[in-house]
Design a protein around this ligand. Structure first.
Ligand code: NDP
Length: 244
């Protein structure tokens, strides 16, 4: 039996970016149910379940991230688990994709993750422990027409997680990528019905997943049980991306 089984678990300070709705909110709820102290970032005012601390932040703005972390640290202590979840899409085919369509998606999804990880790493290095989870997508490694910007940003997260693992792995810090397939949220509801049907036909599981199914994996990869997993890409995609 593992030495940690039955030991008193300490509530950790958890921060989820873009945790006011969708997958981020499901992740925040999973950590709350786990007994952790949970904060989420939001951009516009949103109603959050009791027990979750909301802090305003835009991941494209380093100053607002710094202010949000300072608020979370004052309330819950240094962030020990960071989930970089905030993300956007601006889908269109290459020929129609403007430079702004490309750079704005990369700025939010990839540079935004860099900004929050950089801010969180200070406290993690000091504590000599930490969990970083980057929410990527099956599309990052599988590719998707009309999503060159989004796929590039999501593939880039793998490079961040693996480099972070090599830089900070010896300090008790892990960095992993969770790559969801199609999850029922506002993001997928916005896809045309025909596209949704087409995707469904290619998913071995024959269904989209719930946000909770992603949240459970994020909670587990951040647990003591997963302390020796770092730099991994964990698919939660019903088999869609097999062979990555
Ligand atoms: P939603 O569109 O439902 O939510 C996106 C979240 O990101 C919102 O909380 C939003 O905040 C936040 N956000 C967007 N831009 C910024 C910004 N500049 N600064 C701060 N927060 C921001 O998306 P999902 O829940 O579906 O997706 C969450 C993550 O999972 C994303 O990274 C997405 O790419 C990824 N993913 C989703 C899949 C799916 O099928 N849904 C599949 C694979 C990956 P606000 O409310 O203020 O807009």
């Amino acid at each position: 039996m593992s030495a940690s089984v039955g030991a008193q678990k300490q509530a950790r300070s958890v921060l989820v970016t873009g945790g006011n709705r969708g997958i981020g909110l499901a992740i925040a709820k999973a950590f709350l149910a786990n007994g952790d102290k949970v904060a989420v970032t939001f951009r516009s005012a949103s109603e959050l379940p009791e027990g979750i601390l909301g802090v305003q932040a835009d991941v494209t703005d380093a100053a607002s991230i710094d202010a949000a972390f300072t608020e979370v640290e004052a309330a819950h202590g240094p962030v020990e688990v960071l989930v970089a979840n905030a993300g956007i899409t601006k889908d269109t085919l290459l020929m129609r994709m403007s430079e702004d369509d490309f750079t704005s998606v990369v700025d939010t999804n990839l540079t935004g993750a860099f900004r929050v990880i950089k801010r969180a790493s200070k406290g993690m290095i000091r504590m000599r422990k930490g969990r970083v989870v980057l929410i990527s997508s099956v599309v990052g490694l599988y590719g998707s027409p009309g999503q060159i910007n989004y796929a590039a940003s999501k593939a880039g997260l793998v490079g961040i997680a693996r480099s972070l693992t090599r830089e900070l792995g010896s300090r008790g810090i892990t960095a992993n990528v969770v790559a969801p397939g199609f999850i029922s949220t506002d993001m997928t509801a916005a896809l045309p019905e025909e596209t949704q049907k087409q995707y469904l036909s290619t998913i071995p599981a024959g269904r989209f997943a719930s946000a909770e199914e992603v949240a459970d994996v994020v909670r587990w990869i951040s647990s003591d049980e997963a302390a020796y997993i770092s730099g991994a890409v964990i698919p939660v995609d019903g088999g869609l991306g097999m062979g990555h």
